[in-house]
Design a protein. Sequence first.
Lengths: 187, 195
Amino acid sequence: MSAPTPIDPTEAHVLAWNDRLQDWLDGDLSDADRCAVDAHLATCSICPGQLEELRELDTLLSTAAPRLSLSETFDARLMLEVDAFDHQQRARLRQKLEQERQQQLQSLARGWKQSLAFVVPGVVAALGLIFALVGSLDHSGISRSLTAESAGELGHNAALYVQVAFIALIGGGIGLTVARWLSSAAD
Amino acid sequence: MTQAAAPTANLATADTDIHDRLRAGEYRQAFTLLLPRYRDKVFRLSFSMLRDRTWAEDATQDTLLRVWRALPGFAGQSALSTWIYAIAKNSCLSELRKKRPLVSIDNDDEYDAEVAGLAVTDSDDSATVSVGQLLDQLPERYRQAVTLFYMEDKSYEQTAASLGLPLGTVKALLHRARKRLVELTRESSVDLTGA
């Protein structure tokens, strides 16, 4: 196994001080560190030359750095693109809203159709129930006794109206209940 | 004697007005505020990566358009500047990959002639050409750090913010880059005074 190559003392010195010299050049040292570097530069035979190379490079890089600016039309062109994008977004949103509206209308139409399909049979069933109920009440004599009481107080025509209203209320209640139940069953 | 650039304002608090607009859903106003603040920095970052003025301007426009599209989704999970510069870097990387599919900048410490040759230096000034030739011989990360540092008037903070790197990393890159450039000038006997 060969012995490691000895490091050149000058090269080692340059490497040891290079970072501090660059920081010195950039003004990136504390006052104490800056004084230490100043003191070293006053006595070192290598570092002033190294610092001078770094300074020249720094000047060259600063001078050669491109001073670029965007073209005058940049902002205008960008905002045209932004507006075009916004326009597309708004068109997509309008299309989406229109689709949702159509879906809601279709859903509503379906709802009405379903309701009609079940309400009509519901009403017919209710009417059938009413007639069955009236027949049952007549047969049992309950309605005759109720109307006789009312006729005594209100007169014969009024008693008839009471009978009709009584039957309509019961029938309507039953019909609505049946229709709603059928409609919710359909949903 | 060169002077360090004055430290830039705290990047997180500098965009409070923009954050306020975003929270209020005023995206157009927020974009109007951030455009003058960031377009030149994005441009310089793009140029440091692409090294062509026209290409960098197109990339800048692409970046800012992406920022506009993504603005409603920005929830403040990072500083606004960090987010914008990340979009810019990705935008430039996409552009570079169109020419070279496997290009990568972040972990490349070796000089890559092919990457260096992707972009073209923009000036016919003799000093700039000399510097450009020297910079071409640097690894991509060093070259980008040096280019951006001097374009940003030697601000470590702005360079670090643009590159999305810690301050210490940027200083290390810069030091190594300048050390290497001095060695290259000795090897090529380039006159550093630009004569």
